[in-house]
Ligand binder design. Structure first.
Ligand code: SF4
Length: 91
């Protein structure tokens, strides 16, 4: 079977420690902020950020940092996109 190239092959995090993107269940706030800052710095230079975010949007079990955003930030982004879509329909 030949290797099918996918956007994941270009992910800036492909050689990074996954623990940077998904913290432990018990994590204090300061550690989380520091860890997320380091993960987001990798995402900032990632050429497939949009694809990564889209995949997270389609997965209910997407925990941690995806596309440079943590869970709360992705939830907020989805809400804002939905609100913007509703406003467009109403206009
Ligand atoms: S956006 Fe971040 S988490 Fe997503 S593939 Fe790129 S580096 Fe990895």
């Amino acid at each position: 079977v030949s290797h099918v190239p996918s956007w994941q092959d270009q992910a800036a995090c492909r050689f990074a420690d996954p623990a940077l993107f998904h913290g432990p269940d018990e994590e204090d706030e300061r550690s989380r902020i520091r860890r997320e800052r380091n993960a987001k710095a990798i995402c900032a230079g990632c050429p497939v950020r949009a694809e990564c975010l889209a995949l997270a949007d389609n997965r209910r079990d997407a925990h941690g940092i995806w596309g440079g955003l943590n869970e709360d930030e992705r939830r907020k982004r989805t809400r804002n996109l939905q609100r913007a879509a509703r406003l467009q329909v109403a206009a």
